[in-house]
Write a protein that binds this ligand. Sequence first.
Ligand code: HEC
Ligand code: HEC
Length: 245
Amino acid sequence: MSLRSLIAVSAGVIVFSLSGCANSPGRPRPDDIQINPADISDFDTLYKQNCAGCHGTDGKGGAAIALADPVYLAIADDAVLQQAATNGISGTAMPAFAESAGGMLTDKQIAILVNGIRVRWARPGVLHGANPPPYSSAAPGDPSRGADVYAAYCSSCHGAGGRGGAKASSIVNGSFLALLTDQELRTLVIIGRPELGAPDWRSNIPGKPMSSPEISDVVAWLASQRPKFPGQPFPSNTKPAGESR
Ligand code: HEC
Ligand code: HEC
């Protein structure tokens, strides 16, 4: 066979295999075709691909809080959601998702996430007129008052000094505190972790909701136990290698 006819035959084989019938093996089906990641506009897909790993399948909570928590969504507005998703929360595992901040999502996709979280998972009226503490507070808490607040509201479950009790684990563990901001501690005290049986600000002591200053104080008490050098049992006096004096 001449080289020319060999080429002709092989080309024929290629054309034949490319034009194979609709269900020939290996032929991509319409739903196999990759969409450009920036064009994904379906909330479920965006949530699953970007958030579910930490905030849980369907927003039900995991290593990080449940976003499908109507009490959370009643205290955190869209600006909170958008800011966290766009820029992440520095010093924690919460990544920045916006392209403008080095992430992979367009501003439009972040807006789809924020809107979807609200539309799917918020429940207007869930607080039945209860007057929730504000999401954030600029007034600094007082750690020594916070120790008393802790003893009154929390020790029944988390044990003396927060080191763990019969009903709940330690919350003063250095590696736990090192990974969360003060705001996240405040969020946790306000909303609890309903999926884990942790009460919200109203039900540590049934019938006696915590006030916003009490929450700030207990957060200041927790924060005062955060290690300054996470992962290092002793503060080091030596300069890191390569750093000049
Ligand atoms: C009725 C029992 C109970 C009370 C009261 C209670 N908690 Fe908890 N708390 C839990 C349970 C249950 C969990 C989840 C499981 C665990 O950590 O053991 C939890 C979890 C937590 C967490 C960790 C959340 C996470 O992401 O892992 C923090 C922080 C916390 N509680 C702080 C507090 C503070 C501060 C108070 C007092 C204002 C308090 N809790 C009162 C039961 C309680
Ligand atoms: C790798 C784990 C991880 C992933 C993935 C992740 N988060 Fe987070 N997220 C966290 C952690 C940890 C925090 C708490 C940070 C802190 O301490 O303030 C957090 C905090 C947040 C908060 C603020 C909570 C508050 O207290 O108000 C929002 C809102 C949020 N995440 C939304 C999202 C959304 C939306 C996605 C997906 C686009 C996402 N997160 C993906 C780990 C993650």
